[in-house]
Ligand binder design. Structure first.
Ligand code: HEC
Ligand code: HEC
Length: 183
């Protein structure tokens, strides 16, 4: 009897602990590898040492990007002028001075209450429908982590919602607009 209670307690601890543990650590941006010539430039010059996600932490004009690439690598890079121009042009269109850099510090708070469908839809109407159709969101499928990256990015662009609201929305989107084929 005693042992089964302990087992039960242990199991319920795990059940509560797992999703929380999964949320620890700052949310990182995800950058899609571009197509075309710039893809080859990045493959050839950049991805031997690290990925391209970190680019999203910055928002610079061409001079700013050249300066960052220069100072972060202190002469350890040998990239041709032609390649550098292709790269910097692309960076300015994706992460230019009018974009918002992805925050380095967003850490998801733990949530204990979850959205019903009407609550989630109300938040979408309030926080997300200002700049584009909610349809754009309904068509999208992502894991909860993928939705978090997107929601943090949207907040940087101007969507107004608290951390708690953001997490509840992320949980709901992962549940209702997740990557499970049956949804
Ligand atoms: C020889 C290895 C190497 C190559 C090749 C390389 N990097 Fe880096 N990169 C680094 C290291 C090491 C750092 C971290 C330096 C620091 O923190 O001061 C870094 C930092 C960065 C950062 C800043 C990241 C951050 O989070 O602050 C950016 C942006 C970046 N690199 C872009 C590029 C681009 C663009 C290329 C290709 C043109 C490239 N890197 C190629 C080693 C490399
Ligand atoms: C201040 C304006 C603004 C608000 C508010 C806003 N968005 Fe966006 N959203 C954008 C812009 C701009 C793009 C296009 C980004 C691009 O194409 O690079 C976009 C694109 C998207 C996309 C498509 C992403 C893709 O990879 O194609 C989704 C999904 C999305 N937003 C969801 C949301 C959600 C969810 C909210 C509410 C939490 C929201 N947006 C609020 C400006 C906004």
């Amino acid at each position: 009897m005693k042992r089964s209670i302990i087992a039960l307690l242990f199991a319920s601890c795990l059940w509560f602990a797992a999703p929380v543990a999964a949320q620890r650590g700052a949310t990182r941006p995800r950058v899609q590898m571009p197509q075309g010539p710039v893809r080859d430039v990045i493959r050839k010059n950049c991805t031997a040492c690290h990925g391209i996600d970190e680019y999203a932490y910055f928002a610079f004009d061409a001079a700013g990007w050249r300066d960052l690439i220069q100072t972060r690598h202190k002469g350890s890079l040998s990239i041709s002028d032609g390649d550098l121009s292709v790269l910097v042009d692309w960076m300015v269109t994706k992460f230019g001075p009018t974009t918002k850099p992805f925050p380095r510090t967003y850490v998801a708070p733990e949530i204990t209450t979850f959205f019903s469908d009407p609550e989630a839809k109300r938040l979408l109407d309030r926080a997300c429908a200002k700049c584009h159709e909610v349809d754009r969101i309904n068509k999208e499928r992502r894991t909860a982590d993928g939705w978090r990256v997107l929601a943090v990015d949207m907040r940087e662009r101007g969507a107004v919602l608290s951390d708690e609201e953001l997490e509840r929305l992320v949980e709901w989107l992962g549940r209702v607009r997740g990557t499970n084929q049956d949804q």
